[in-house]
Ligand binder design. Structure first.
Ligand SMILES: NC(=O)c1ccc[n+]([C@@H]2O[C@H](COP(=O)([O-])OP(=O)(O)OC[C@H]3O[C@@H](n4cnc5c(N)ncnc54)[C@H](O)[C@@H]3O)[C@@H](O)[C@H]2O)c1
Length: 358
């Protein structure tokens, strides 16, 4: 069994490496006969500045191998600062803790999410935070964004993606807070007005493009700058849509904006791959959110009946959030210049002639 002590505060408190630091997992991994769990982050800090710290690493390895004796100094510290899990039910709980920590797929990562105050962006912020990432929510909905950030241990910043300086500030907040940026999710977008091409209001079109296209351009530009400088690669994810790959699924300006994003994603992936920066798109379809001019129930009903090969199933916000997390994670480490479509197969195949398979 492996024992995992998570040390997310390592950097801030300058805690030296005790035994083996797994950079990727952001965790300390020990082979252990002993089951124990950290009762508080502060305790480890006290440990680090406490009197027996200098001998801690060698003692700990020996003690873990042998099991801490009643009389050992480390055993005393363990009993004082950590809770043993000798009884089966506690052991089980601690085993679960260990597994949960080990399965946090974005441990130690720092992410900025534009449009993260509600809808798909908010669902993604929650999934990212649950998986160990430090998240910055950048939006124009200050109340919603602030309360969501408070509830998941994230940070909120007012950011209108139309303004390049706002996007740059959101990314600078990541640097000021955690010293780096690993994941940029350019999610903010609007649907724009529907109607005939013959009556397009060009001012409205310009505004939509300034949010949906320029906003993403600002995000890629400034994320790439800091990721290149950081020399640790990174991951940029841009929000496109099923409306980019099939006509008839969005207003004309919306479809235009979402297809432009795929082109931009591909060209920037070409340039940034040499720096280890992956650039991908995500293209959902028919997710019940406040962006659409219909109730969530109406959206779900239409998609379930007519907008998916998976009859009776419509996409949840979490379906998209999980797909974004996959792209952001190490599991997708060889995926770049890709558009991940979350549409229940709708834009790839039609079931209108499925009698063929009967
Ligand atoms: N809902 C769907 O079916 C669907 C399908 C495909 C793509 N998308 C895209 O997903 C993204 C998120 O949409 P959603 O469905 O969660 O809708 P939503 O309206 O709930 O979320 C959009 C978020 O973007 C923010 N935003 C809007 N303009 C902004 C600006 N100028 N600066 C900063 N933030 C701004 C909003 O405040 C909101 O928090 C959008 O880009 C949308 O085009 C949605």
């Amino acid at each position: 069994m492996a024992l995992v002590l998570t040390l997310p505060w390592k950097k801030e408190l300058g805690v030296p490496t005790l035994v083996e630091w797994d950079q990727q997992m952001g965790a300390l991994i020990l082979p252990a006969k002993l089951k124990l769990c950290l009762s508080s982050p502060l305790l480890l800090f006290r440990f680090s500045s406490g009197r027996c710290f200098s001998d801690f690493s060698s003692h700990v390895l020996e003690t873990v191998a042998a099991g801490p004796g009643e009389d050992s100094a480390v055993g005393f510290w363990f009993r004082r600062h950590f809770r043993y899990a000798m009884e089966p039910h506690i052991a089980q709980r601690h085993g679960d803790d260990v597994q949960r920590t080990a399965s946090k797929r974005l441990m130690g990562k720092v992410a900025v999410i534009t449009g993260g105050a509600r809808g798909i962006g908010a669902a993604t912020a929650k999934v990212f935070a649950e998986n160990g990432a430090s998240v910055i929510i950048a939006d124009i909905l200050d109340d919603l964004g602030t309360s969501l950030a408070d509830s998941i241990g994230a940070r909120y910043i007012h950011c209108d993606v139309v303004n390049e300086a706002d996007v740059e500030s959101a990314i600078n907040l990541a640097l000021a807070w955690k010293g780096k940026l690993d994941i940029m999710f350019n999610n903010a977008g609007i649907s724009g007005t529907e109607g005939s091409i013959t009556n397009l209001d060009m001012e409205q079109v310009k505004y939509l493009l300034s949010v949906n296209v320029n906003g993403i351009l600002h995000g890629i530009k400034h994320a790439a700058r800091v990721m290149i400088k950081g020399q640790e690669g990174g991951c940029i994810i841009c929000m496109s849509s099923s409306a980019a790959i099939m006509g008839g699924l969005g207003s004309h300006p919306y479809s235009l904006s979402k297809e432009a994003i795929i082109g931009l994603m591909r060209s920037t992936a070409c340039e940034l791959g040499v720096h280890g920066i992956r650039v991908n798109c995500i293209s959902p379809h028919g997710v019940a959110s406040e962006m659409l001019d219909m109730t969530p129930e109406e959206v779900s009903k239409i998609v379930e009946e007519r907008g998916s090969l998976l009859k009776g199933r419509s996409p949840r916000l979490e379906d998209v959030a999980q797909a974004v997390m996959f792209l952001a994670s190490e599991e997708a480490g060889y995926i770049t210049a890709h558009n991940l479509v979350i549409d229940g197969g709708f834009t790839s195949a039609s079931s209108n002639m499925s009698f063929i398979y009967q």
